[in-house]
Structures are given as structure tokens and as C-alpha cells.
Write a protein that binds this ligand. Structure first.
Ligand code: HEM
Length: 137
């Protein structure tokens, strides 16, 4: 039964379950495994820090998510379909495990961050297409 999010352990359950799905997902898994060559043992606690900081402002996440995804999209374009699938799995995982205000807030925050991220990576893709066109002309 879904329960309210109350602690870091709850965020950890969410993150680990979400990435279990991502790792098995035909659209997303190869980006993590074959493009970014993720070390999951490092990535997962880092993502728990990220979401814990979003919810409680713990200050224990230091990173540049926008920059990381802009670099990633240069190796392999992140598309609207990737973002759509990412959000679908994230919301599905929250709804399976949790309910309440923090669960709702996490969905809203994920939606907002994903929107900005998608816009930024689209910009990078357009710029790299333009520079390829310019250099081949
Ligand atoms: C198209 C959908 C997405 C894909 C395929 C994706 C993939 C990845 C990958 C492969 C990394 C590891 C990069 C590296 O270490 O080299 C990463 C890191 C990360 N992602 Fe995503 N991501 C997506 C969307 C999102 C969204 C919507 C959020 C937040 C709401 C997010 C938050 C993060 C954060 C916080 C990191 C760690 C950045 C750092 O501090 O190093 N990602 N993502």
C-alpha cells in the first residue's frame, strides 16, 4: 500500500526502484550502460542525495544536472521520447510506492526539471546540427 514519504530511506526506495525499471527499459537502459557507462554503485546514492536535497534542502547534493545532460546529448541525442519515457517510469514508481504531499511535489518537480532539461538539450542538438551543416558546406 502506498505510504507518505518521510525519510531518506523512502527516497532511497524510490530511487532504487525507479532505476531498476530504467535498467530494464529498452528505450533508456542503453544510454546509461552503453553511452554513459554508469557505475551504478556510485550513481544511485548520488541520485538519493539529489532528490533528498530537492525535498528537504539537505545541501548534500553537489552537481550540475543540466550540464551533465547537455554533455550526454552530444554523445547520444536525448529526445522528447526519452524524456517522456523517463517521466512515465518516474511517476509510475512514485504512485506504486507513495502517496501524499511530498509524492505529489516530487512529480511536479520532476516535470519542471525535465521540461527545462529537455529544452536545453534540444538547443545543444540544434546547435550541433547547425555546426555540422556549416562545416560540411
Ligand atoms: C531523457 C531522460 C534522461 C536520461 C536518458 C538521463 C540519463 C542520465 C545519465 C546517463 C546520467 C549519468 C551521466 C554521467 O554520470 O555521465 C544522468 C545523471 C543525472 N540525471 Fe539524468 N537522465 C534523464 C533525465 C533526467 C531528469 C528528468 C532528471 C531530474 C528530474 C535527471 C537527473 C539527473 C541527475 C541529478 C544526475 C546526476 C548529475 C550529476 O550530478 O552528476 N535526469 N542522467
Amino acid at each position: 500500500m502506498p505510504v507518505p514519504i518521510q525519510s531518506r530511506d523512502d527516497i532511497q526506495r524510490l530511487v532504487y526502484r525507479f532505476y531498476d525499471k530504467v535498467r530494464q527499459d529498452p528505450q533508456l537502459s542503453f544510454i546509461f550502460n552503453d553511452v554513459a557507462h554508469i557505475d551504478w554503485d556510485t550513481h544511485l546514492p548520488h541520485m538519493v542525495d539529489f532528490w533528498e536535497n530537492i525535498v528537504w534542502g539537505t545541501g548534500n547534493y553537489k552537481g550540475q544536472p543540466m550540464g551533465v545532460h547537455m554533455l550526454l546529448t552530444r554523445k547520444h541525442p536525448l529526445t522528447a521520447e526519452h524524456f517522456g519515457r523517463w517521466k512515465e517510469l518516474f511517476y509510475e514508481t512514485i504512485d506504486e510506492l507513495f502517496t501524499g504531499e511530498i509524492a505529489d511535489e516530487l512529480k511536479m518537480r520532476a516535470h519542471a526539471i525535465a521540461g527545462v532539461m529537455e529544452m536545453k538539450v534540444k538547443h545543444v542538438s540544434l546547435l550541433s546540427q547547425t555546426s555540422q551543416t556549416t562545416t560540411t558546406e
